[in-house]
Design a protein around this ligand. Structure first.
Ligand code: N01
Length: 556
């Protein structure tokens, strides 16, 4: 077994536990949890404000999700020129992206470069998980405890823990008895994994599976792909960026960023000006073709009504099916690979390079887990209801306990001893995805109730950190000690998020957006779906109105 309990997030499946105790006491303004894009920018921003900051990071390195998700083929599905910090023109002018969609390696190199350039490492304690954060109502401070036994007192806690940071291990009988190699895409080893000559099973066909399968297939002697639900995937259209293109982009970065900030998803994409059915059949087809050729996840936004109008969505789906069938040799395999259970785009569209063509290879076999369920795993391989598959390695591409999984593993205790995990038993409840009633001076970065994963996560993290930094400044300027979302504001925001989600096709899919991939998790749409720019306007309006919906607390 190559994976261990470390794979499954803070504290492992059994919850938090204290490791070695070297208790020290530290008093800081802010504790930030996580050193990914959000946590790093938070450290930089709060330092710029002259605040004392401690960042705790479970990994030995910066990068967050881009540190752990280093499986073969891992790339971002947002264009590299957009998926990068915008707060410093110096950074965006100095760094040069080499491909339209950056590899995990290039993104991690970028994050490390930023950390070094801004001297961020000195503020980060690595190899350390925060296991609890407990609010002291008298002192109006948080006591933060780590798995190394360190205890820090902080006025503010900022959870930059990432929405996709708790990998899910499938509950398959006998998984631990397998004697070959086992990997999880979200916790891939740092040394090279070579599947040459091996028989490999991949379980899961989400973005991680779909990116890794073509590369594993090219190495392995035999690859079995265990698919439960087929997914929509659009060719990435990845390519190297030319020097002229990069130069042009750098010269016009301000405009590119402006478009991103004012967009629905945080990148400079503009939908077709007409609604799907307003366009003539020919215009519609041309629009889909143009977007298909550009590649990637934005296919779901070719027309602005695709995710709200079932008829419009069906037009996109028909076009998609035609494209995908054309590249799969065996029509019976194509039938299995083309989704029929959810509208296109209601789960994040995957972005691939030769995924469907991979099933034309002689060494690749698709196994539909819907038709022949996996019953168990034993020492030598996988048993479905129909046959035994002897394999040398199993790759789990089985996703995450998204949005709430990592927060739930930290014992967060607010006013009156209330626990976040209990408050959220029926689904996450936040105001703006930033604050929670009962938890003063606790902020979430890209938490549930924000657009988060529906937007470009780098700009989203910047927006959240900027908002939090302004809120803290506001407290100080007005001699206030704490800020806390009101219960009414949380209720109203949850209602608003649900109402907006129900007006779309998204709730029709059993997606991780809905918590549907985790047995027993409440089925709630966990994001704000009204668009990035709209969301930012709401956040700005709340702040401009003196933090409407928040209680501002004076020191007694
Ligand atoms: O995870 P997933 P992911 N038996 O949850 C299957 C981002 N991301 O890591 O659909 C058999 O999408 C499960 O089946 P089903 C991106 O936001 C981005 O791939 O539940 N199968 C599904 O097929 C993405 O959406 C990038 O029926 C089992 C798969 O495992 C998110 O991360 C790259 C099973 C899990 O798919 C998550 O993607 C990678 C079982 N017991 C990730 N349990 C890019 O930027 C689960 N499955 C390109």
């Amino acid at each position: 077994m190559t994976i261990d309990r470390e794979t499954f997030g803070p504290g492992g499946p059994g919850g938090p536990s204290v490791r070695e105790v070297t208790a020290t006491q530290d008093h800081v303004d802010v504790v930030v949890v996580g050193a990914g894009f959000g946590g790093l920018y938070a450290l930089h921003k709060f330092r710029e404000q002259g605040r004392s900051v401690r960042v705790f990071e479970a990994a030995p390195e910066v990068g967050g999700t881009w540190y752990f998700n280093r499986y073969p083929g891992a790339r971002c599905d947002v264009e590299s020129l957009d998926y990068s910090y915008s707060f410093s023109d110096e950074l965006q002018q100095e760094w040069t992206w080499t491909e339209k969609y950056a590899t995990q390696g290039e993104i991690l190199a970028y994050i490390k470069w930023v950390a070094d350039k801004l001297d961020l490492r000195s503020g980060i304690t690595f190899n350390t998980r925060v296991i609890s954060a407990v609010f002291d109502e008298d002192a109006l401070r948080w006591t933060v405890t780590t798995d190394t036994g360190e205890v820090v007192s902080a006025r503010f806690v900022v959870m930059a823990t990432g929405p996709l940071s708790s990998p899910l291990k499938p509950d398959i009988a006998g998984l631990d008895s397998f004697v070959g190699e086992t990997y999880h895409t979200a916790h891939w080893p740092h040394e090279d994994v070579d599947f040459t000559g091996k028989r490999v099973a991949v379980i899961g066909t989400g973005s991680s599976g779909i990116q890794s399968i073509p590369i594993i297939a090219a190495q392995a002697a035999q690859l079995y792909v265990f698919q439960r639900t087929p997914n929509y995937s659009v060719p990435a259209g990845n390519r190297p960026l030319s020097a002229e293109e990069v130069e042009q982009a750098k010269a016009t970065y301000a405009d590119r960023r402006h478009k991103s900030w004012r967009s629905g998803g945080g990148s400079p994409h503009v939908a077709h000006p007409q609604l799907t059915m307003e366009a003539s059949a020919q215009e519609r087809r041309e629009a889909f073709e143009r977007r298909w050729d550009l590649g990637g996840v934005l296919f779901s936004k070719t027309f602005s009504d695709q995710m709200i109008d079932a008829e419009a969505n069906e037009e996109a789906r028909k076009f998609y099916e035609e494209k995908v069938r054309a590249v799969i040799d065996d029509p019976a395999v194509a039938d299995l690979l083309i989704p029929t259970d959810h509208p296109i785009g209601t789960k994040r569209i995957c972005t691939d390079t030769n995924y469907f063509q991979t099933f034309n290879r002689a060494n690749v076999q698709l196994v539909s887990v819907r038709k022949t369920p996996i019953e168990s795993i034993d020492a030598t391989g996988i048993n479905t209801s129909e046959q035994h598959f002897d394999v040398d390695a199993i790759v789990l591409a089985t996703g995450f306990d998204a949005m709430t999984g990592t927060l739930a593993k930290i014992d967060i205790v607010g006013r009156g001893g209330q626990r976040l995990v209990d408050d959220w038993a029926g689904g996450p409840r936040t105001y703006l995805g930033l604050g929670v009633d009962g938890f003063p001076n606790l902020f979430l970065v890209s938490g549930p109730g924000a657009p988060a994963v529906l937007a470009n996560m780098v700009l989203h993290a910047e927006a959240h950190v900027n908002w939090i930094a302004d809120a803290i400044d506001h407290l100080d300027e007005h001699g206030l000690a704490a800020i806390e979302a009101t219960a009414d504001a949380v209720d109203d925001w949850v209602t608003e998020c649900n109402k907006r989600a129900e007006a779309t096709l998204f709730p029709k899919a059993n997606s991780w957006y809905m918590g549907a991939n985790v047995p027993g998790k409440p089925r709630v749409f966990m994001l704000f779906i009204g668009g990035f720019a709209t969301y930012l306007d709401i956040c700005a309006e709340v702040a401009g109105a003196g933090y409407k919906g928040f209680s501002l607390i004076k020191r007694r």
